[in-house]
Write a protein that binds this ligand. Structure first.
Ligand SMILES: *Cc1c(COP(=O)(O)O)cnc(C)c1O
Length: 475
């Protein structure tokens, strides 16, 4: 399998060549040259597999430069009951007839990003050892991504993580999650500033090519192809649980931000998994809902980006969206480059042609938006009717899913975080309900985490100081 860029650079690259990369050299994102096709006989054969064996089968279709025995070992050490809480790894929870939650957030940081990041940690360690290289991962986080990366990379040979976060601005639980890690290769840098300052420093360090090469600086952001690929697996796992037979179809509803999660659904559908609809849910940051309703993509500035109670969906632009548009415009790299290059930088947005817009239903996409009031009502209603407590992001997905239910087509809502991470909003949902708020369960592994000793360094919002710190502690 070869990989190419969405902006037309067709230099064929193999999986392990792009594994540690971010953007393609022409500024595009990597995609496989074609989507491997899965027929009914293959689906029938995969139905009985364990999650790890299913992951091995799917990944093998996209990865031909890791020996099969090694790949098998890597997925089997990643997707274990010890790490993800159940033997099924991503079990379905039935809410009512034809409506399910797929649990993706029982990994170490209680959010779905663990599903991919845990595998990425093992793939990175394997590939770096094979090359005899090491890597210093640099990132900025306001919460979920940073902790998922740290829990995936902790203790991995050849890897150090430098994670910048805004000092004193993450939730107490998020701070405890990240700062309680005692591993020598994890470096928490609390920056005296806001999240944007952290991001600016990461950009400045990455643009310092001399420093970047000298210290082998890399990233683990959401455009990484391996992360997206790992997420394809749970669409298959959800399908097998919800569809009674292999001629069934299902729909998925996905709480979306950077379009990474739902893009994996798009890939699964292109491979032939019988998905009727991919229901994209946004919060008040409705850039993507606007596109699927109107054909216009208009990323927002910081001033127009709302801080909401589903914060992991608070995005101004959707970094993986270019992958879908590349397919939508018939895999025309020049056209994709014109839209995401010139049109975005000159006009701040673009509108696809009428003909391109008319193709969207063929890709299964529909969309909708959910507000703070919707989240509260959905959390309360789901508890009262189904006796299931959900988090704010999952609530956005469920609210929009209900607008797209169809008889005879099971709807699977992806549960992207556990309510324990967003306990304050969960309590707010029950404030005027006359009944006491249920208290979200905290998994045993994280109980008392707020009292553990913390390991972090406070630094000013200054690129040179961050570089000095990296140089002094890098691998
Ligand atoms: C990251 C995240 C999302 C958004 O996922 P994308 O892949 O960026 O669309 C939704 N919910 C939670 C809890 C997340 O952490």
């Amino acid at each position: 399998m070869k990989y190419l860029s969405t902006r037309g650079d067709a230099t064929p690259r193999r999986f392990c060549e792009i594994l540690l990369e971010g953007l393609a050299p022409d500024g595009g994102l990597y995609l496989p040259e074609r989507y491997p096709q899965v027929d009914a006989a293959t689906l029938a054969r995969w139905r009985g597999l364990s999650y790890a064996d299913l992951a091995f089968e799917i990944l093998s279709l996209f990865i031909d430069d890791i020996p099969p025995a090694d790949l098998k070992r890597l997925v089997h050490t990643t997707y274990t009951e010890a790490t993800f809480g159940t033997r099924a790894i991503t079990p379905l929870k039935k809410l009512e007839d034809g409506l399910h939650l797929e649990a993706l957030s029982n990994g170490p940081t209680l959010a779905f990003k663990d599903m991919a990041m845990q595998l990425l940690g093992r793939l990175f360690e394997f590939e770096l050892a094979r090359r005899g290289e090491h890597l210093n991962i640099l990132g900025a986080t306001s919460g979920d991504t940073g902790s998922a990366a740290e829990y995936a990379m902790r203790g991995k040979r050849g890897i150090h993580v430098f994670m910048l976060s805004p000092h004193g601005r993450m939730s107490p639980f998020q701070q405890a999650q990240m700062f309680s890690l005692q591993d020598a290769n994890i470096h928490n840098l609390a920056i005296e500033g806001v999240f944007d300052d952290c991001q600016d420093i990461v950009k400045a360090v990455s643009n310092d090519l001399e420093f970047k090469r000298r210290w082998k600086i890399g990233t683990v952001n959401s455009i990484n192809w391996a992360r997206l690929l790992a997420q394809v697996v749970y669409y298959f796992a959800g399908y097998f649980q919800a569809a009674q037979s292999d001629d069934g179809v299902v729909s998925f509803a996905v709480p979306s931000g950077n379009f990474g999660n739902i893009c994996a659904g798009h890939v699964a559908r292109r491979m032939g998994l019988p998905i009727k609809r991919l229901v994209l849910a946004t919060n008040e940051n409705d850039v993507l809902d606007e596109f699927f309703r109107t054909g216009t993509y208009r990323p927002r500035g910081a001033a127009e980006t709302h801080e909401t109670s589903s914060p992991s969906m608070d995005i101004s632009k959707a970094s993986n969206f270019e992958r879908f548009v590349f397919d939508l415009v018939g895999r025309d790299g020049a056209r994709t480059g014109a839209l995401f290059g010139e049109a975005l930088s000159r006009q701040g947005g673009f509108t696809v042609t009428r003909e391109e817009f008319a193709r969207i239903p063929g890709y299964g996409f529909v969309s909708g938006t959910s507000t703070h009031a919707d989240r509260l009502a959905t959390i309360r209603g789901t508890w009262q009717r189904c006796n299931v407590l959900i988090d704010t992001h999952t609530a956005d997905g469920l609210k929009v899913a209900r607008e797209h239910l169809e008889p005879g087509v099971p709807m699977i809502v992806l549960e992207t975080a556990l309510p324990a991470k967003f306990a304050a909003t969960v309590a707010e949902a029950f404030a005027d309900s006359g009944s006491p708020a249920p208290v979200p369960e905290v998994p045993a592994a994280l109980a008392g985490i707020e009292r553990l000793p913390r390991r972090f360094t406070v630094l000013p919002a200054d690129t040179a100081r961050v570089q000095q710190h990296i140089a002094a502690h890098a691998g």
